[in-house]
Design a protein around this ligand. Structure first.
Ligand code: ADP
Ligand code: MG
Length: 339
C-alpha cells in the first residue's frame, strides 16, 4: 500500500495561505497592493484590534466585474499576467494570483465592488461555511475588502499573533511603506477609529515623507536625483547627523515596490562612510527605476526580496547617486536652497 495522499483543495489552500498570510500586516500589504494595481487614487485602511478582528481596505480603483468576483478568490487566478513570458517583465505589484485565495482561506472576507461600466455593484461574502453570496449593491466605483477574524479556523496560527498594539504597528508600517512608495496615491490609515496617517497623494515623494516621518525628519533631508546605466534614482537621504541606530528608516523602492535589498543598503552605507558617527546608520527614501527585465521579483511569496540579474549597476547607481547628493549637501548655500 502506498502512503502518499494528494491533499484536498482546502488543506492545500490552508498550507499555501501560510506562506502569504502571517499576520494582519500581511493581509493589509496584499490588499493595498491590489488597490494600487487597480489604479486607485485614494486608499483607506482601517483596523480594529490590531487588524485581528477587523481590517478594511477601500479604494477608488477599477473595481472587479461581477463575473470575475468568484474567480478572483481562486488560487493562481489573476488579471495581471497571462503567460510565462510575462514573468520576465512584471510591472504590477501582484501577479501570483494567490493573495485573495489565501486570505479567504484563513479569515471571513466580505467584498463590495463596482467597475465604471456596471450600474450596480457586487456584494460577495466568503467565510468558513463556503457561503458565497452575490447580490446587487449600491456602491461607488472601486473596491472595499473587509477581513474579519483572522485565523479563526487555524488556532495554531492565531497563537503566534502578538499583542494588538504590535500587530497594529505592523499594519501601520505597511501603510507607511505603501504611502512612501506611491506618493501619487492618497493614503489614509485609521486605527480603532482614529486617523493616524493621511498623505496628500500629490505625487511628490517629499509630501509623503512629511506625512509619514514628520517635519523634523523631512526638513533635514538631502534630495537625491541621479541616473546611471539606465537606472534612475530619486528621493531623499538623511543628513549624516540625523543617522539612526538601526535600519528601520531605510526605505528602498524598486519600480514602486518596497523591498529589502542588501545591495542598495551596502551602497548607501558605503556612500555615507566617513561622515557618520560609529554605530549610526543612514535613513533614506529612495526610489529606483530599473528596466523590468533586469530584476526578478518572483523570489519569495511576500515579494519583499528581489534578485538583480546584475548587482553592480544597482550598487553603482546608489553609491554614486548618494555620494553626489552628500557632496552637494556639504555646501551650506546649496543646502539652504533645499531647506
Ligand atoms: P494578484 O494581485 O496576484 O493578481 P490577488 O489574489 O491579489 O492576485 O487578486 C486576484 C485578482 O483580483 C487580481 O488579479 C485583480 O484582477 C482582482 N482584484 C483584487 N483586488 C482588487 C482591487 N482592489 N481592485 C480591482 N481588482 C482587484
Ligand atoms: Mg494581489
Amino acid at each position: 500500500m502506498g502512503k502518499i495522499n494528494v491533499l484536498d483543495k482546502h488543506v492545500a489552500e490552508l498550507i499555501a495561505a501560510g506562506e502569504v498570510v502571517e499576520r494582519p500586516a500581511s493581509v493589509a500589504k496584499e490588499l493595498v497592493e491590489n488597490a494600487v494595481d487597480a489604479g486607485a487614487t485614494g486608499v483607506t485602511v482601517e483596523i480594529r484590534n490590531g487588524g485581528t478582528t477587523f481590517l478594511r481596505v477601500a479604494d477608488d480603483g477599477c473595481g472587479i466585474a461581477r463575473e470575475d468576483v468568484p474567480l478572483a478568490f481562486l488560487s493562481h487566478a489573476t488579471s495581471k499576467i497571462s503567460g510565462r513570458e510575462d514573468l520576465d517583465s512584471i510591472a504590477t505589484l501582484g501577479f501570483r494570483g494567490e493573495a485573495l485565495a489565501s486570505v479567504a482561506a484563513v479569515a471571513r472576507v466580505e467584498l463590495l465592488t463596482r467597475t465604471a461600466e456596471e450600474l450596480a455593484g457586487t456584494h460577495y461574502v466568503i467565510d468558513g461555511e463556503g457561503e458565497h453570496i452575490c447580490e446587487d449593491a449600491g456602491c461607488p466605483k472601486g473596491t472595499t475588502f473587509v477581513v474579519r477574524d483572522l485565523f479563526y479556523n487555524t488556532p495554531a496560527r492565531m497563537k503566534f499573533l502578538k499583542k494588538d498594539v504590535t500587530e497594529g504597528n505592523a499594519v501601520a508600517a505597511v501603510v507607511d511603506k505603501a504611502a512612501l512608495s506611491h506618493p501619487e496615491v492618497s493614503f489614509r490609515f485609521l486605527r480603532d477609529g482614529r486617523e493616524t496617517l493621511h498623505t496628500p497623494g500629490d505625487g511628490r515623494v517629499k509630501s509623503a515623507v512629511y506625512a509619514v516621518y514628520g517635519k523634523e525628519f523631512t526638513s533635514g533631508m538631502i534630495p537625491v536625483e541621479y541616473e546611471l546605466n539606465g537606472i534612475r534614482l530619486s528621493g531623499f537621504v538623511c543628513k549624516p547627523s540625523a543617522a539612526r541606530p538601526n535600519r528601520s528608516m531605510q526605505n528602498f523602492f524598486i519600480n514602486g515596490r518596497f523591498v529589502r535589498t542588501r545591495t542598495a543598503s551596502v551602497a548607501l552605507e558605503e556612500a555615507f562612510k566617513g561622515s557618520l558617527m560609529v554605530g549610526k546608520i543612514p535613513s533614506c527614501v529612495l526610489h529606483l527605476r530599473i528596466p523590468l527585465g533586469t530584476v526578478d521579483v518572483n523570489v519569495h511569496p511576500t515579494k519583499l526580496e528581489v534578485r538583480f540579474i546584475n548587482e553592480k549597476p544597482v550598487f553603482d547607481a546608489v553609491y554614486h547617486g548618494v555620494k553626489t547628493a552628500l557632496n552637494r549637501g556639504d555646501t551650506p548655500t546649496v543646502l539652504s536652497l533645499h531647506g
